[in-house]
Ligand binder design. Structure first.
Ligand code: SF4
Ligand code: SF4
Length: 368
């Protein structure tokens, strides 16, 4: 059981805002969204960037919500470049304006990750709940190409778009993306509310894996495709976030520092804020970071398992969502006493005929 001084984190996810014109039913933002009044100021974010660089962080991911709602994004990107950080913009691409992306590239932006809800316009705009979004995304991808920015396409997949995976791959190719991330929905927060409408069938999962294998062979050297078996259909968990508080940290729009973007779903954890402590102090000693760091917290069967420093016991938020306790073994693991319940749950949810979404909204979910 080890609990040593942590290595510096690799990357910081800077959640600049929860504001976003889209309303994806699987959004990873918390159910209680923060308003613009709660957001850190430009000078506070610049201090956070400096503290991150001093701590040893190498990459900063500007995210949200939609980070392009922040008028100071150019300023923050330039500050990150001056601090020596590699910067990535995680965006829905619907709020750009002529010349803005080129200006961000000139200011030091290194990479863009653009999300698509589907390859087919009607479906994409139903899922994101924003008419006209797809054309803006396509234009944004062209702008990224013209600005010379490397592009990753991110597609969150689920029962209602997985049958168009080949079209999604073709879309990424046509946009000259260097990488395609096929991300299966993770079921906490908004996605947990929408689980019945989103859970894929086992047949879809198997078809997707075969589609990806064929595409990887066909597109070798042209497009890198990231894809892993979704948790509910796996037998071993992933090392969520590379292990709790081992590689990454998130700063929420109001300055709370989280070990992962869903950590606020876990009741009882106390999160520090960059307005009260430095990032270095928080990384090394925050109670929320220490809660599940390393292996000392682990119950059996993890405690005596030879995989414990490989998958770090899986995802704490998932353990909570599925077993009611964040300190249980992730029940995705076939060794967990709760695993069979997950198998049953996945089968039941994927057999649902529900197609209606509770969309991400500021006040309360609205049905489609
Ligand atoms: S998942 Fe959708 S709603 Fe949530 S921040 Fe991203 S684009 Fe906006
Ligand atoms: S028992 Fe725990 S450490 Fe072992 S494989 Fe399962 S989740 Fe990972």
């Amino acid at each position: 059981m080890s609990r040593t001084v942590p290595e510096p984190p690799l990357a910081l996810l800077a959640e600049l805002t929860h504001r976003c014109p889209l309303q994806c039913p699987y959004c990873s933002n918390p159910l209680a969204l923060l308003s613009s009044r709660d957001e850190l100021s430009t000078s506070d974010w610049k201090r956070v960037i400096d503290e991150a660089a001093a701590l040893g962080v190498l990459q900063i991911h500007f995210s949200g919500g939609e980070p392009m709602v922040r008028r100071d994004l150019e300023d923050l990107v330039g500050h990150a470049r001056a601090a020596g950080l590699y910067s990535n913009l995680i965006t829905s691409g619907v709020l750009s304006s002529p010349g803005r992306l080129a200006a961000l590239a000139r200011g030091g932006l290194d990479h863009v990750q653009l999300s698509f809800q589907d390859a087919e316009t009607g479906s994409a705009e139903r899922i994101g709940h924003l008419h006209g979004a797809q054309a803006k995304k396509l234009a944004f991808a062209r702008d990224a190409r013209e600005a010379g920015l490397p592009l990753t396409v991110n597609a969150v997949v689920h029962r209602q778009n997985l049958d168009r995976l080949e079209a999604i791959i073709d879309l990424a190719l046509s946009l000259e993306a260097g990488r395609l991330e096929i991300a299966h929905v993770q079921y906490y927060g908004w996605a947990l509310i929408n689980r019945e409408a989103l859970m894929p069938t086992r047949a879809q999962i198997e078809a997707a894996a075969a589609t990806v294998e064929r595409a990887r062979a066909r597109l070798k050297g042209r497009l890198v495709i990231d894809h892993v078996t979704p948790d509910y259909f796996a037998q071993r968990p992933k090392a969520c976030m590379g292990g709790w508080a081992r590689r990454f940290l998130n700063v929420a729009p109001d300055g709370q520092v989280l070990p992962c973007h869903a950590a606020q779903t876990i009741p009882g954890l106390i999160f520090d804020n960059v307005m009260d402590r430095t990032l270095a102090e928080i990384w090394r000693a925050s109670a929320a970071f220490e809660a599940f760091r390393g292996t000392a917290w682990m119950p059996e069967p993890c405690r005596s398992c030879d995989q414990r420093e490989i998958d770090w016991g899986g995802c704490r938020c998932q353990a909570l969502a599925l077993t009611g306790r964040a300190d249980n073994t992730d029940p995705v693991c076939i060794l967990s006493p709760d695993h069979e319940a997950v198998v049953q749950l996945a089968e039941t949810a994927s057999a649902s005929r529900s197609e209606s979404f509770s969309y991400r909204r500021y006040l309360r979910p609205a049905n489609s």
